[in-house]
Design a binder for this molecule. Structure first.
Ligand SMILES: [Fe+2]
Length: 379
């Protein structure tokens, strides 16, 4: 795979991501996301400046505010599917009223990012109070019930492989997310009274397994565990407690923002952070060819410094095989600011994702050629 030893030919920056000649842009062409064999190409035009795309492969942007999941009006109904492959599903819930049943996912761990709303997540292990900008992590097989205090917008990533937290190696055990900020539930002394039985006197537990649904009915409230012990449980992580790693003189790859490792994919969180201060250091993400991964970003808060025309609640998908990078003007905007205010959730996955039809209807067709338009190459 490697051409044998690092080489430099033609006009290049003296160091990667540092002192890039002003007339050139840097593109990373690498394997294994940002960890494998890699070269940098120094181009006179951004690789994303295409003016026309013919065929199925293109970057796309979806305004997920336009999705209407069934659970928005009826808590008995389901979420809206956005993207899926064999390893993961991305769904949106707009739950506004308490779930009248408990739910257990027998297929996958669930990493729920609370984009909007607040409430209580009742679980087998006890309750977790949540608010916007929290992650709620539910190991496969955890019965749970969302009780919103206000209408919610939940961005739900289901992972067939266990969702674990990354090892930051030389940065130590407390880097980025100190395990002490993770909140686990206290068990119920008594089953929660706010969940009444159905008219038939039964409490329902709905289980998803192999994509099929089964309902178990109990003559009592199934949240009846009065204690738990062990190292597997649901937990809450507030995005406000993430302490991002940055470097004054070097633009670190997005992989340093990894929050969860899920086998064939990673979930990263971009949070507000200062820009690089060294005048020669790159401040915006480099262009990259993304040859091994599909990349999904959900934008939740703040101004996303490398994209234009993307609002809160939007999602972009950059499939493997097509380059992407900062929008025209992003470097100039970044130069005028001290940091970024963004909160965004990124998925990088090995296998290709399929966009569900309902989500595809939310596409902004202008995004595909937004780089060319930003450069004045298109009207
Ligand atoms: Fe990327």
């Amino acid at each position: 795979m490697s051409s044998g030893g690092s080489q430099a030919k033609g006009r290049v920056a003296r160091q990667t991501h540092v002192g890039i000649p002003p007339s050139l842009v840097e593109e990373e062409h690498g394997r294994e996301a940002f960890a494998g064999p890699v070269s940098h190409l120094y181009r006179s035009q951004p690789p994303t400046a295409w003016v026309e795309v013919d065929g199925p492969l293109r970057p796309l942007a979806l305004d997920l505010n336009g999705l209407t999941p069934g659970d928005a009006a009826d808590p008995e109904a389901g979420r809206a599917l956005v993207l899926a492959n064999e390893d993961l599903r991305v769904e949106v819930s707009r739950l506004a009223a308490p779930m009248p049943f408990a739910y257990r996912n027998g297929d996958a761990d669930e990493v729920v990012f609370v984009h909007q709303g607040s409430g209580v997540l009742q679980t087998d292990y006890g309750p977790l109070v949540f608010t916007a900008q929290d992650y709620l992590v539910l190991p496969r097989g955890t019965a749970h019930r969302f009780v919103p205090a206000e209408p919610c917008f939940l961005y739900v990533v289901s992972s067939v492989a266990p969702a674990s937290r990354p090892d930051f190696g030389l940065l130590g055990r407390h880097a980025v997310v100190d395990p002490r900020v993770l909140v686990t539930p206290e068990p119920y002394a008594e089953p929660p009274e706010d969940w009444a039985a159905d008219a038939d006197g039964r409490w329902r537990l709905r289980v998803r397994r192999r994509g099929q649904w089964t309902t178990f009915r109990y003559p009592h409230n199934p949240f009846n565990a009065v204690g738990w012990a062990g190292d597997l449980s649901p937990y809450r992580l507030s995005v406000r407690d993430i302490r991002p790693v940055t470097a004054p003189g070097f633009h670190l790859p997005p992989s340093v923002h990894t929050t969860f490792r899920c086998g064939a994919f990673d979930i990263a969180t971009f949070v507000p952070r200062p820009f690089e201060t060294d005048p020669e250091a790159l401040r915006v993400p480099f262009f990259h060819a993304n040859v091994d991964n599909d990349e999904v970003i959900f934008y939740s808060r703040g101004h996303f410094f490398s994209r234009k025309g993307i609002g809160q609640g939007w999602l972009t998908l950059h499939p493997a095989g097509v380059q992407h990078g900062p929008q025209p003007g992003a470097a100039e905007s970044a130069a005028a600011l001290e940091g970024t205010s963004e909160v965004a959730v990124m998925i990088e996955c090995r296998d290709p994702l399929t966009v569900d039809d309902g989500a595809a209807a939310c596409e902004d067709p202008a995004y595909t050629t937004s780089w060319a338009r930003g450069l004045g190459l298109l009207d």
